[in-house]
Write a protein that binds this ligand. Structure first.
Ligand code: GLC
Length: 663
């Protein structure tokens, strides 16, 4: 049961697609105060667990910290971080009372979940203009399913997007891409995609190509496709200011960019230098920006990643002017009124500055809306621009699309990646913990930069991270310019990497099938153990294992030098290991705690009692996978319903897509 409470005059975010009538009275689970903005407060029982918040820091159980929904370009995913790139305002409180809350509010919102007071949950924001949805249900899982029905079907990528992808910031020329493609193909490590970061463009101008490096781009796209590799270019939010650049000129002429208070186009520096932001909240401008993707789809491109769409701002002319004045003052008189510390803070504060976000406007339904009041909707609407355009470009076809910034509602148009993480062991765990929380909010197609974006990856870190990445729908190795080369074939004993990626492909029919069922049934692909074993008190505390699909549990190794790990089994399961020689070991383990050995080049998983999964032969790309006669592993006599389609079109409800397989 869902109750919808309306406060003030909410902005229509279109996060919720279901029609839900407004409820009368006040929500029963907490106190709402409208004295100073909006505040919802409720007591937390000692053993209550709080799930949700999508892309957020810390645990699967969100208790004990303060999280702020405020989409931010944040390069340091340290433990104290309160805001990531997305805003996913859905939580479920589970315990003495079990209920879900979704706060549909497009600006900064704070969830203090037992941080200030251990036994209190508070949700606060500056303006009392929002929808609060309160969801009742038997279990957290049941509440999530109701929420997912409210917000509409999750994005479904093409099947090739479940293959492995290689990315790096710094690939510049056709030769760079050929080297990566060759490195994988020569070493027979499966791959389906190579990502193009900003250097493919002409001076970082969206929808352009560096003509010198990419002359006859369609032929190059074909050349890669002949090797069964798709190129996936990045698109950034800011449009470079440059006379003669078509996108810039059209945007200015038609008033499609965000404006300053005086009506001039707002200016912010990002990779290209000074840019304008397309006003993607304005349906007309959104349509115009979305149609630009066609410039690349016409050349054979079938997928994109949208970046810098919080939107990230390095600095603005106004900010530079003001800061410059103060910095000069300091240099003139270091012993004067301005301290070095203030100067440091001022320079650092040039980026993503609140003042800048409060100085530009969108045009929505004829009304001017100040950006900071709808800040969390920018990435959502940039990706929506693309998603809506794909429907016009080819309504029958699925395109790959994922974004950095997001809000609930964007899950209908694309997935997300988890942004600029580090080559740190703790970030494997952070990656694992975000997965179910994101699934709760509808984001099923997701994954992190495997191996870590910033800092240097060690061989063992990459192997362990990839062995976990086998199970994330988006499986992409990406790294930053200036860091150690991180492509699998650059490391010693390439065969270990080949083996791990091959396991992904061997499991792909199963993983794809479970993804599709989750998307089509508004369900989760990755779940906390407690969602499947609600009566098992210990399962509720497990923060480093996940249930995946209906059949398996995963428990990756995320500690350096470990030769295995402790694992908790809520019931008897088959412990399965994919061995480097291609064989599959299976051992039945009783419920309880176990230590299991897992070597660096093995991929473990657990099959639930009475279940089985299909495994196919490895192939070097998705299209070459043969699913006609798959091996079934797990419990003999059990059955599995395989969902399979062409992976290209949208004929999801065809009964022929489901068949029963028997172990
Ligand atoms: C941002 C993205 C990163 C990308 C870089 C350069 O930091 O998060 O993935 O490589 O920009 O485009």
């Amino acid at each position: 049961m869902v109750q919808k409470y309306v406060y003030g005059t909410p902005f229509e975010t279109e996060a919720v697609t279901a029609r839900i009538d407004g409820a009368k009275g006040a929500p029963i689970y907490g106190e709402v105060s409208l004295d100073d903005g909006f505040c919802f407060i409720c007591a937390l029982g000692e053993d209550d667990v709080v799930y949700g918040l999508g892309e957020a820091n810390r645990g699967i159980n969100k208790r004990g910290f303060c999280y702020v929904s405020d989409c931010t370009d944040t390069p340091h995913h340290t433990e104290d971080l309160r805001s990531f790139y997305g805003a996913h305002n859905f939580i479920v409180v589970s315990g003495s009372r079990t209920f879900g809350l979704f706060v549909d509010y497009p600006s900064k919102l704070t969830f203090d979940i037992g941080f200030t007071c251990m036994d209190k949950l508070s949700i606060t924001c500056e303006r009392a203009d929002l929808y609060l949805y309160v969801i009742d249900g038997e279990t957290p899982y049941d509440i999530v399913k109701q929420f997912r029905r409210m917000i509409g079907r999750s994005y479904i990528p093409p099947k090739f997007a479940f293959g492995f992808g290689q990315s790096r910031w710094g690939y510049r020329t056709k030769e760079d891409f050929r080297e990566v493609a060759g490195g994988y193909r020569k070493n027979h490590i499966p791959i389906d995609m190579i990502y193009m970061d900003i250097d493919y463009m002409e001076d970082y101008k969206d929808f352009t190509l560096n003509e010198e490096n990419f002359a006859d781009f369609p032929a190059f796209v074909r050349e890669m496709k002949e090797q069964q590799i798709r190129l996936i270019p990045i698109i950034d939010a800011g449009v470079k200011i440059e006379e003669g650049y078509e996108v810039y000129e059209e945007g200015v002429k038609n008033g499609y960019f965000c404006k300053r208070e005086d009506g001039s186009d707002f200016v912010a520096a990002v990779w290209p230098g000074y840019t304008h932001f397309p006003d993607v909240l304005n349906p007309e401008a959104r349509r115009w920006f979305g149609d630009k993707y066609k410039l690349l789809t016409d050349q054979g491109i079938e997928g994109f990643w949208n970046d810098m769409n919080e939107p990230a701002i390095f600095y603005t002319p106004e900010g530079v002017k003001e800061t410059g004045r103060k910095v000069q003052e300091f240099f003139k008189d270091p012993e004067g009124d301005i301290s070095k510390m203030e100067v440091d803070a001022l320079v650092e504060g040039l980026a993503n500055n609140k003042k800048d976000y409060a100085s530009f406007y969108h045009r929505v339904n004829g009304q001017r809306v100040r950006h900071d009041k709808v800040h969390n909707l920018f990435g959502y609407n940039m990706t929506r621009a693309a998603g809506e355009a794909f429907e016009r470009i080819d309504p029958e076809k699925r395109f790959l699309m994922f974004s950095r910034s997001s809000y609930v509602g964007m899950h209908r148009y694309g997935g997300i990646w988890m942004g600029d993480n580090m080559s740190w062991w703790s970030h494997i765990l952070l990656n694992l913990r975000m997965l179910p929380s994101l699934n709760m909010c509808g984001f099923l197609y997701t994954g992190a930069d495997l191996g870590g974006f910033n800092a240097d990856a060690s061989r063992d870190l990459l192997l362990r991270w990839m062995a976990f990445g086998v199970f994330t729908p988006l499986m992409r190795n990406h790294s930053a310019m200036g860091t150690r080369d991180q492509e699998c074939f650059r490391f010693e004993h390439v065969e270990d990497f080949r083996h791990i990626v091959e396991v992904r492909y061997r499991l792909l029919p199963y993983l794809y099938s479970e993804y599709m069922k989750a998307a089509l049934e508004d369900d989760m692909y990755a779940k906390p153990l407690a969602f499947v074993y609600p009566r098992d008190a210990h399962a509720g505390q497990v923060e480093d294992q996940l249930m995946l699909g209906d059949e398996i549990m995963i428990a990756p190794v995320y500690t350096q030098n470990a030769k295995g790990r402790y694992v908790y089994l809520p019931e008897e399961m088959k412990f399965v290991k994919f061995m480097p020689d291609g064989s599959i070991c299976q051992e039945t383990l009783p419920a309880g705690h176990h230590y299991v050995d897992i070597a660096l080049n093995e991929v473990p998983l657990f099959i639930r009692k009475g279940k089985c999964i299909p495994v196919t032969e490895a192939a070097e790309y998705v299209e070459a996978l043969d699913t006609t006669d798959m091996e079934m592993i797990g419990y003999p006599g059990s059955t599995y319903i395989l969902y399979e389609d062409d992976g290209i079109h949208k004929d999801y409800d065809n009964p022929a897509n489901r068949k029963i397989l028997k172990a």
